[in-house]
Design a binder for this molecule. Structure first.
Ligand code: F6P
Length: 322
């Protein structure tokens, strides 16, 4: 291979820039050309592609978001969109692609490889940490640290005013962020989309906590844990609580900001490994990390398996909230 490309796709995540930097500089170190595709698969279809040099990725390792921009691109989920994308790559002599994104992005990458024969390697970049085959995704560590910092601050007000705070964190379909933030923040309860959340259960938890002498509490609610979100849950539980209940929705604040040390190191490692793997013609896989080192997981295994939550952590959180 003499020329490869890199793009970011799906929701931005802190550490994506560190991964782009690693891909570009590893490729140049290996003596091959490297191009950037802007705005994810949309840029691939539009031909928004530019060759990069090592100085193009200077001073970005510490920046959140993605300098390549990102988009969710419905056109790429049509065969015609993928055909145009492959033509745009081959016109420029680009022989392999690295996709930094989440599981939806990898589905597109898989189809591009299967239908158009483009060798593609994935790098997991999403704050949700919901990708099978890697212990952590780029952005997760930064996001949980930001959310935890917010929880700690909200706890000050909860304690000063004898309030219950519902803290809504990101995770429409997965509770990894909520679980880690909830355990680390000493939450009274942690509500996630993977579990059935009932207002009655939450009310019981609060009433029991009050009986044990608690005068304030925090509950972490993943965005997708309760129909209508944390505000709807607040409306349901407020009439049953003697506490004043308040909700704080952290939203996209969790997705921005400078990546943590862990995310920068992970992104640097995975960017480097992705290029090395592509050059040995290892394609159709995501590179990830587990306790033993780097992993290579076929795309198809990612959506045929679910990354399960660590259920023991829920027990630990409820025992420690006594
Ligand atoms: O996939 C990452 C994520 O941050 C989810 O946790 C969240 O539900 C979603 O993106 C929000 O996406 P958008 O910014 O497109 O609304």
């Amino acid at each position: 291979m003499e020329h490869i490309a890199v793009l970011t796709s799906g929701g931005d995540a802190p550490g994506m820039n560190a991964a782009i930097r690693a891909v570009v500089r590893t490729a140049i170190h290996e003596g091959i050309r490297v191009s950037a595709v802007y705005r994810g698969y949309q840029g691939l279809i539009d031909g928004d592609i530019e060759e990069m040099g090592p100085r193009n990725v200077a001073n970005i390792i510490q920046r959140g978001g993605t300098i390549l921009k990102t988009a969710r691109c419905p056109a790429f989920f049509e065969a015609e969109g993928r055909r145009v994308a492959a033509t745009n790559l081959s016109k420029r002599g680009i022989e392999g692609l690295i996709v930094i994104g989440g599981d939806g992005s990898f589905r597109g990458a898989h189809l591009l490889g299967e239908e158009q024969g483009v060798p593609v390697i994935g790098i997991p970049g999403t704050i949700d940490n919901d990708i099978y085959g890697t212990d952590v995704t780029i952005g997760f560590n930064t996001a949980i640290n930001i959310a935890l910092d917010a929880l700690d601050r909200l706890r000050d007000t909860a304690a000063s005013h004898d309030r219950l705070f519902l803290i809504e964190v990101m995770g429409r379909e997965s509770g990894h962020i909520a679980l880690y933030v909830g355990v680390a923040g000493g939450a009274e309860a942690i509500l996630v989309p993977e579990h059935d959340t009932r207002a009655e259960h939450v009310i019981n938890v609060i009433l029991n906590a009050q009986k044990r002498g608690k005068t304030s509490s925090v509950i972490v609610v993943a965005e997708g844990a309760y129909q209508g979100g944390a505000l709807e849950l607040q409306n349901k539980i407020q009439p049953h609580c003697t506490y004043e209940v308040r909700t704080s929705i952290l939203g996209h604040i969790q997705r921005g900001g400078s990546p943590s040390t862990r995310d920068r190191v992970l992104a640097s490692r995975l960017g480097y490994v992705a290029v090395k793997s592509l050059l040995t013609r290892r394609a159709g896989v995501m590179v990830g990390a587990d306790q033993r080192g780097t992993t290579h997981v076929p795309f198809i295994e990612i959506w045929n398996n679910i990354k399960v939550l660590d259920e023991e952590l829920f027990d630990i959180a409820s025992v420690l909230a006594i």
